[in-house]
Design a binder for this molecule. Structure first.
Ligand code: BGC
Length: 261
């Protein structure tokens, strides 16, 4: 637990499932006030909100499309109306689609870029404007992926978006360091979340993924949430512009594990 997080106000996009729900819950344990954004799954968002409150925090759920300026503005407004302030903004909403790139439709490409990359830009812009106006030492956390670094055939839109999130994070970390605004990313590896449910239900694909993780297991959403809490807290006060990989070693070139090469 991080004492300084007590009563801090956070917006979490894509909070109705997976890593977003785990971060909401963890922020609840830290006794924070959380605006939980969802796109279509109001039930998931409400369950996350209930968990926040059961753990001693406060929560509201807000439907919004993170790929729009109005959507992000409504999340900020909810933070101000319900909790009077904003301290931490987590751009977590994300999606992925699989297709060989020569067959990938422009529509699917645009959908992934809109949520995974443009959503991060618009969320960050909204938070930056608030922090600057209030002259506030704000904190932005962007959900990237191991695929900001590891190429991922048949997921080129996702890898392109996450590579973009990496450089966007570093660039605005540099741009707003003088304003005391910290901006970091988290790069999860293979985590047990709904985005992976279908793949992990297939034993062969599950085992294959595990074999690409030096720690030899799939990660838990709460292990990613622990990183978000640390980045949100003042324990990480001198950290900006990094991607914190939480991946069991997936980015360590596991194909070399037994000294090959
Ligand atoms: C993706 C998962 C994938 C993992 C490792 C994540 O960013 O969302 O679907 O299992 O990277 O490849």
């Amino acid at each position: 637990m991080y004492k300084d997080l007590n009563k801090k106000v956070a917006v979490i996009t894509g909070g109705s499932k997976g890593i977003g729900t785990a971060i909401s819950k963890r922020f609840g344990q830290e006794h924070m006030s959380v605006v939980i954004n969802y796109n279509s799954d109001s039930k998931g968002a409400q369950e996350a909100a209930d968990e926040v409150e059961q753990n001693g925090g406060q929560a509201v759920i807000v439907q919004a499309n993170v790929a729009t300026e109005e959507g992000n503005a409504s999340l900020l407004q909810a933070a101000i109306d319900n909790f009077g302030d904003l301290d931490i903004w987590v751009n977590n909403a994300g999606m992925e689609t699989k297709a060989p790139t020569h067959e990938l439709s422009l529509e699917d490409w645009n959908r992934v870029i809109a949520v995974d990359q443009t959503g991060v830009f618009l969320g960050s812009k909204t938070a930056l404007n608030y922090f600057k106006k209030q002259n506030k030492a704000g904190n932005i956390i962007n959900m990237s992926s191991v695929h900001e670094q590891i190429p991922w055939p048949t997921f080129s839109s996702y890898a392109a978006a996450k590579g973009g999130v990496k450089m966007f994070t570093k660039t605005i970390a540099m741009e707003y360091a003088k304003d005391n605004i910290r901006v970091n990313a988290i790069g999860p590896g293979a985590i047990n979340t709904p985005i992976n449910a279908k793949k992990f239900a297939d034993k062969e694909q599950y085992d294959q993924t595990v074999s690409m993780v030096p720690m030899n297991r799939i990660g838990k959403p709460e292990e990613v949430a622990a990183g978000a809490a640390w980045l949100a807290s003042s324990e990480s006060i001198y950290v900006t512009g990094v991607t914190l990989f939480i991946d069991g070693g997936m980015t360590l070139y596991p194909a070399f594990m037994n000294g090959q090469g």
